[in-house]
Design a protein around this ligand. Structure first.
Ligand SMILES: [Zn+2]
Length: 1006
C-alpha cells in the first residue's frame, strides 16, 4: 500500500524533532504481542482451551522468561483464570508473578471477556470487568490501566466513561465505520480525548486510540501454525503459516514491515507507532513466534539509518507512556458513539442487534435474577447472625451466575454471532447458574439448608389437585424504592382466595391465560418497599366456601372481535372502542382490529398510533454478492406486511384491561405468527402508582418465522419527528439518531441498538419504548419507530455452513416492550425509573402451603431501604473478595504468603449508586442528591465505615490518580474541581448527574 500523507508527516516531524540529530531513528515502533482469544465463537471454551489457549500461556510464559526484552499482553481473564487455576504449575505461577511484577506480562482490559458494546447493558459490562479485576488484584495486586476493545462491532460512548471510572489511563477501540476511519486516518484524528458522558464531561474523559485500518492483526508475521480443533475448516478463515526468517527471507519481511510502518506512522501525530503483533488464536507456539521476530527486530535496529525507525517489544503501557510524554494538545470528542458499524459500503453490522433474540432475553433475565439474588443474600447474611444457610455455599451459587453472565457479554456471545454448539454452551452456563441462585433464594426465604428448598421462582402453577394445600407466594422487591405493580401468577382454576400477611384479601383478578387455554392468570396488585418482601397465601376455593362472604378475585371475561382482513378496503377510524385507565385512553379500530390512537389524559393530547408487524426479506445467496448473516443486515428492499388478518380480544377487569391482537400470516391460519398483548393497569393514584398508570405494557409473540425473514414491529404515529430517533447506549445514556441517506445500504445503516430504551418526539409529545432486552431499532419515516425483533436466515456460504454459523432460528420469542406517551417533561421524568421497573420486576417465589408457616428472613421484621427517586441502587452485594482494602497491606500479604488461603470477607459490602439523570434533563430530578448512607442502609445493620472505591472496587479513589492529557479545548475545566471531594469515610455522599459511585461498606458484627 502506498504511504498516504507521508510528506506532511515528514514536515511535521521535522518541526518536532530537530534535524540536527540525524542518527536518531525518526520513528519508534512498539511491537505489542497479543493473542485474540474469543470466549466462544466457532468453538466452545473447553475446545478452545484444548486447541490453543493452554498452549498460548504455557509457551508465552516460557518464552518471556527466556528473554528479558520480550513482552506480552493478556486480555480475556476467563481463559487466563482457567489456565491459572487448572493448568499452571507452581513453577509457571512463580514465573508469571515475576513477569507481572517486572511489567513484561501486562493485563489489559482485565474483564472476564472483551465485551460487546452495542447490545450489552452497562450493569453487565461493569460486572464482567469487576469479576476480572477482582481476581487480578487479589492474585497479583495489579490493576489494569489500559483497555483493548479491538474486536467489538462498533464502540459505545458508555465505555470511555466506565473505563475512566475504573481507573484506566487510555482506551483502545478499532471497529468503526470504514469511511469515517479513512477520514480520521487522513486527518490524523485517530487519537483524541473522549468525553463519553454529556453530564460528566471532562471529569471522566479518557485518551482514546482507534486502531488504524490494519486493526489488531499483523498479517505476514505469524510463524506458530494453526490451532487444531476437531473438524477445523480449511477454508481460509484461518491464517496461513509464514516461512521462517532467514538470511534469504529477511529482505521480504523487512520490506513488508517498512511499508506497513511508514503507512501507519503517517496517520498519527506522534512518532510512536503502535504495532499490534498477533491475531485470532496466535502465539499458541510462542517459541516459533519470538525467535523469528527477534531476528527481524535485531536486523532493523542494527540498520536504523536505512529504515529510519527502531523496534522494541512493548506492552500497551509502554506505548501509551511514550505517547503521553509527547505533550500534544489532543482534540476533544463529545458524547457521540461509533454505532452502528459498517465494515464497507455493503456490510452494515446491524443485524446482530437482533440475532438469537432468545439468548439476548435469557442473558438479561439471568442478569436481573443475579441482581435480586445479590441483595437478598447480602440482606440475609447481614441480618441473620446464625443462619442455617452456609454463606460459603451461597456465595458459590452467586459466583457461578456472575461468571455465566460475564461470559455471555463476550462480543460473539450476546451478539448471536457464534456457532450453534457455542450458543448451547452459553445457555447451559446461564441456566445452571440461574438454577443455583434460585435454589439459594428459596433457601433464604425458608431460612433452611438448600437440600429442602423448593428451588423455583417466578414460575408458578397451582393445581386444583393440590387441595387442601395451596401456596405461599413470597414477593421480593430488589429495587431501593417502594414499588407498586401488578404481579402475575398462573393457576389451574379460576376460583381462588388470596390473602396478605395479616390475612386480609388483596385486590386480584383472574382471567384465562393467553397462550395456555387450560390455565388462568392471577393478577395481584402489590406495593412493596425497597429491598423488602411481601407474603401472600393463595388457596383454591372449595365449593363449600363459595357462598361465604369472603371476597374473591374478579373473573374477567374476554370479548372477541372477529378477524379483520388487512386488505379490507373500507374506511378506518369510524368504529372505535376505547380502553381507559387514569392516564391513557387507547382507541382501537374495530374496522381493522389495530390500535388507532392514544390519548394522554393529563396533557389532553391525542396521538394517532398504529402498530403493524412487517418483515424484511433478507438477501442470503452467497453467489450474488453481499448477503445477510448473523452480523450483517442486508434487506432486499422495504419491509412488507407479514399478515393477512388480525383478530382482537379485550379482557376487561378492575385491575387490568388487556388487549389481545393475533396476527395471522394467511387468512385461514389456525395459529397466529405474531401477537401483541397490551395491558393497562387501573392502579391507585399514589405517587408509587404513577409509574404503573403511565405505561402501556406490551408483550409480543413472534415466530416461527419463514426462511430469510427479519421481523419488525413498526409503530406509526402522527408525531412530526423529522425522521429523528433517540436510542440508548447500554441503558446508560441516550444518543440522537437523525436519519441519514447513503449511496448504499441506507435501510441497514439507519439501524441502531436499543438495549433499554428509545424514543421519538415532536413539540407536543414523546413516545418512549422501554425494552426488557436488546433489539435493533430504527426510524424509517416521519413519526415512525420500528423494532427489529427476530431473524431467521439460511445463507449458503460454505464456510459458514461448515462452521455451523447459520441463523436458522425457528424459535417463538416473547419480547416485552413498555410504551410511555406524553409531553416531554412528563416522559423525561418517568423514563429511567420506568425502565428500571421493567428491568427489575419483583421476584415471585412459591412454597407449598402444607409446610410450616414462613419464618425465613423474609418474614422477620423488615426495614425498607429507600433511596431518593433520582438515585438507583446499582448493586448491593457481598463480593467475597479476600484482599485487604489497604493496598500496602495487601501487597505485603501477597509477598509474604502466597499459599495462604485467605477467607472471603463477608462483612465487606459492595454498594454502587447511580444518578439516573443528565444535567439538564429535569428541573428537579437532575439536581445533585445528598444521601446519608448510614440512615439509608439502617435496615441492613449499623454502618461502621464507608470507603469510596473505583468502579470495579480495586482502588481507593483517593489513591487513584489517572494521567492528565493536554487538550485543544481551553474552555473546559479539568478534573473534578467543580465538585467537592467526597468526605473520606463519611456517611454523607453527594451524587451529581450521571455519576456512578462505588463504595465498600462495613457493617457492625451482630
Ligand atoms: Zn473476537
Amino acid at each position: 500500500m502506498e504511504p498516504r500523507g507521508w510528506l506532511p508527516l515528514l514536515l511535521q516531524l521535522g518541526l518536532m524533532w530537530p534535524l540536527g540529530a540525524p542518527s536518531e531513528p525518526r520513528l519508534r515502533v512498539f511491537v505489542v504481542p497479543h493473542s485474540h482469544m474469543d470466549v466462544g465463537w466457532l468453538h466452545t471454551v473447553q475446545e478452545s482451551m484444548q486447541a490453543y489457549v493452554t498452549n498460548v500461556y504455557n509457551s508465552v510464559v516460557e518464552e518471556l522468561t527466556l528473554e528479558k526484552k520480550r513482552r506480552f499482553i493478556a486480555v480475556e481473564q476467563e481463559y487466563f483464570r482457567l489456565w491459572w487455576d487448572g493448568v499452571a504449575s507452581d513453577r509457571q505461577k512463580g514465573q508469571v508473578r515475576q513477569l507481572v511484577a517486572e511489567g513484561r506480562l501486562e493485563f489489559v482490559l482485565g474483564g472476564q471477556v472483551m465485551h460487546d458494546e452495542a447490545v450489552t447493558h452497562f450493569d453487565d459490562q461493569i460486572l464482567q470487568l469487576t469479576e476480572g479485576h477482582g481476581f487480578l488484584y487479589e492474585t497479583f495486586g495489579v490493576r489494569p490501566q489500559f483497555s483493548w476493545q479491538v474486536d467489538p462491532f462498533g464502540a459505545s460512548a458508555t465505555t470511555p466513561t466506565l473505563f475512566a471510572l475504573a481507573g484506566f489511563n487510555a482506551h483502545i477501540i478499532s471497529r468503526i465505520d470504514y469511511d469515517l476511519k479513512e477520514a480520521m486516518q487522513d486527518n490524523q484524528e485517530l487519537q483524541f480525548m473522549w468525553r463519553g458522558s454529556r453530564s460528566l464531561s471532562a471529569q471522566q474523559e479518557i485518551f482514546t486510540h482507534v486502531l488504524d485500518q490494519f486493526g489488531y492483526c499483523s498479517e505476514g508475521f505469524n510463524w506458530d501454525g494453526e490451532a487444531i480443533f476437531p473438524g477445523t475448516p480449511l477454508n481460509g478463515m484461518y491464517l496461513q503459516v509464514q516461512i521462517p526468517v532467514t538470511e534469504d527471507s529477511i529482505p521480504n519481511f523487512t520490506r513488508l514491515l517498512l511499508n506497513n510502518v511508514l503507512t501507519r506512522a503517517s496517520w498519527f501525530r506522534t512518532p510512536h507507532v503502535l504495532w499490534p503483533w498477533g491475531c485470532d488464536r496466535e502465539f499458541l507456539n510462542a517459541s516459533l513466534q519470538f525467535p523469528n521476530m527477534d531476528i527481524i527486530m535485531e536486523h532493523v535496529n542494527n540498520n536504523t539509518s536505512e529504515f529510519n525507525f527502531s523496534m522494541e517489544y512493548a506492552t500497551l503501557g509502554d506505548y501509551f507512556r511514550a505517547v503521553h510524554s509527547d505533550q500534544v494538545a489532543w482534540q476533544v470528542r463529545g458524547h457521540h458513539d461509533f454505532l452502528p458499524y459498517s465494515s464497507d459500503m455493503h456490510h452494515a453490522w446491524t443485524g446482530f442487534y437482533a440475532s438469537r433474540s432468545g439468548l439476548k432475553a435469557l442473558a438479561r433475565r439471568a442478569s436481573t435474577l443475579l441482581y435480586a439474588g445479590e441483595s437478598m443474600f447480602t440482606r440475609h447474611v447481614l441480618l441473620a447472625p446464625h443462619p442455617n444457610l452456609d454463606p460459603a455455599w451461597g456465595l458459590q451459587q452467586l459466583q457461578q451466575l456472575r461468571w455465566a453472565v460475564s461470559e455471555v457479554q463476550h462480543h460473539d456471545a450476546i451478539t448471536g454471532t457464534h456457532a450453534l454448539k457455542v450458543g448451547d454452551m452459553f445457555v447451559e452456563h446461564l441456566s445452571s447458574g440461574m438454577q443455583g441462585v434460585q435454589t439459594l433464594m428459596a433457601s433464604i426465604i425458608q431460612d433452611r439448608s438448600p437440600a429442602h428448598s423448593v428451588g423455583r421462582s417466578r414460575a408458578c402453577s397451582l393445581s386444583a389437585g393440590s387441595e387442601p394445600g395451596g401456596r405461599f407466594a413470597v414477593v421480593y422487591n430488589p429495587l431501593a424504592w417502594t414499588v407498586t405493580t401488578i404481579i402475575t401468577l398462573t393457576v389451574d382454576f379460576p376460583s381462588v382466595s388470596i390473602t396478605d400477611e395479616s390475612g386480609r384479601p388483596v385486590p386480584a383478578q383472574v382471567q384465562r391465560s393467553k397462550e395456555m387455554p387450560s390455565a388462568y392468570d392471577l393478577h395481584v396488585l402489590t406495593t412493596i418497599p425497597g429491598l423488602s418482601y411481601r407474603h401472600y397465601s393463595i388457596r383454591p376455593r372449595r365449593s363449600s366456601q363459595e357462598d361465604t362472604e369472603e371476597p374473591e378475585p374478579f373473573v374477567a371475561k374476554t370479548t372477541w372481535f372477529g378477524r379483520r382482513l388487512r386488505r379490507h378496503g373500507g374506511r378506518v377510524g369510524g368504529n372505535l372502542v376505547p380502553v381507559v385507565n387514569d392516564c391513557y385512553i387507547v382507541f382501537l379500530d374495530l374496522d381493522t382490529n389495530l390500535m388507532h390512537s392514544v390519548w394522554e389524559r393529563r396533557s389532553n393530547q391525542k396521538v394517532h398510533m398504529t402498530q403493524r408487524f412487517m418483515e424484511y426479506h433478507a438477501i442470503t445467496d452467497f453467489s450474488k454478492g453481499p448477503f445477510a448473516d448473523n452480523y450483517v443486515f442486508r434487506p432486499s428492499g422495504r419491509a412488507e406486511p407479514a399478515w393477512e388478518a388480525v383478530r382482537m380480544g379485550i379482557v376487561a377487569g378492575p385491575l387490568v384491561t388487556e388487549i389481545r391482537q393475533d396476527f395471522y400470516r394467511e387468512v385461514n391460519d389456525r395459529e397466529p405468527t405474531f401477537a401483541i398483548y397490551s395491558r393497562l393497569a387501573h392502579g391507585p393514584q399514589s405517587s408509587d402508582g404513577e409509574l404503573l398508570c403511565h405505561r402501556i405494557e406490551q408483550e409480543y409473540r413472534v415466530g416461527p418465522l419463514e426462511l430469510d425473514r427479519e421481523a419488525i414491529l413498526r409503530t406509526s404515529t402522527d408525531l412530526n419527528t423529522g425522521w429523528v430517533l433517540y436510542s440508548d447506549n447500554n441503558g446508560y445514556q441516550m444518543q440522537r439518531r437523525p436519519y441519514r441517506n447513503y449511496t448504499n445500504n441506507t435501510n441497514a445503516r439507519n439501524y441502531y441498538p436499543m438495549v433499554q430504551s428509545a424514543f421519538i418526539q415532536d413539540r407536543r409529545s414523546r413516545l418512549v419504548l422501554l425494552s426488557e432486552q436488546a433489539h435493533g431499532v430504527s426510524s424509517q419515516g416521519n413519526g415512525q419507530v420500528e423494532v427489529l425483533l427476530h431473524r431467521r436466515l439460511v445463507n449458503n456460504d460454505p464456510a459458514k455452513i461448515f462452521a455451523d454459523l447459520i441463523l436458522n432460528d425457528t424459535s417463538v420469542i416473547h419480547p416485552v416492550v413498555w410504551l410511555l406517551l406524553g409531553p416531554r417533561n412528563l416522559t423525561s421524568g418517568l423514563r429511567q425509573r420506568s425502565g428500571l421497573a421493567l428491568q427489575h420486576r419483583p421476584v415471585v417465589m412459591l412454597r407449598e402451603m402444607s409446610e410450616i408457616a414462613p419464618r425465613g428472613s423474609g418474614s422477620r421484621q423488615q426495614e425498607a431501604v429507600t433511596l431518593p427517586p433520582s438515585v438507583h441502587l446499582q448493586i448491593l452485594s457481598i463480593p467475597g473478595w479476600k484482599y485487604s482494602s489497604n493496598h500496602t497491606e495487601h501487597l505485603r500479604t501477597l509477598r509474604k504468603d502466597r499459599k495462604h488461603k485467605a477467607k472471603a470477607d463477608l462483612r465487606r459490602v459492595l454498594l454502587r449508586l447511580q444518578h439516573l439523570y443528565e444535567v439538564d434533563q429535569d428541573p428537579v430530578l437532575s439536581q445533585p442528591v445528598t444521601v446519608n448512607l448510614q440512615s439509608v442502609l439502617r435496615g441492613l445493620g449499623s454502618v461502621v465505615s464507608v470507603e469510596e472505591r473505583s468502579l470495579t472496587g480495586t482502588w481507593n479513589v483517593s489513591e487513584m490518580h489517572r494521567w492528565t492529557w493536554s487538550t485543544q479545548d481551553l474552555h473546559h475545566h479539568r478534573g473534578n474541581s467543580s465538585q467537592p471531594p467526597p468526605p473520606p469515610g463519611g456517611p454523607e455522599v453527594t451524587i451529581y448527574p450521571k455519576e456512578i459511585r462505588t463504595f465498600f461498606i462495613h457493617f457492625q458484627e451482630q
